[in-house]
Design a protein around this ligand. Structure first.
Ligand code: ZN
Length: 132
């Protein structure tokens, strides 16, 4: 049995003037054309899916590159003046501080640590108001 998907040549004897032979040959040709048409349709669908996947991957890679460029441009930079931030240790908490405008920035979780430490103090009450 032929396993390839190449169109096969149908050898149907068609005697001249034989209408039944001509009809059978036409039907065979029609089935072959339908098979080839379906194969082409399937190939085009596969190509469309592959193109869509490649487009999605390119978009994701572009977005990741943009995020990385933004991270590199803004990492340890003051959100107010753009100057470099430096880390200042306050016991178990490391706070980012701007050398230029003296702004103080807390990373995720640092406010919670300050709240635990300052529980009922004035700084603790102030920080709790910022969270709500
Ligand atoms: Zn600053």
């Amino acid at each position: 049995m032929n396993q390839s998907h190449e169109p096969q040549t149908l050898l149907v004897p068609v005697p001249s003037g034989d209408t039944l032979g001509t009809t059978l040959a036409d039907r065979a040709r029609s089935r072959e054309e339908e098979f080839m048409f379906r194969q082409e349709l399937e190939r085009r669908r596969r190509l469309e899916v592959e193109a869509e996947q490649a487009k999605l991957q390119a978009t994701q890679e572009f977005q990741a590159a943009v995020r990385e460029a933004q991270r590199q441009n803004h990492w340890m930079r003051c959100p107010k003046c753009g100057s470099e931030l430096c880390e200042v240790d306050h016991g178990d908490i490391c706070i980012d501080r701007c050398e230029t405008c003296e702004g103080v920035w807390l990373d995720a979780g640092e406010m919670d640590q300050l709240l635990k430490r300052e529980n009922d103090g004035i700084l603790g009450r102030f920080l709790r108001q910022l969270r709500t």
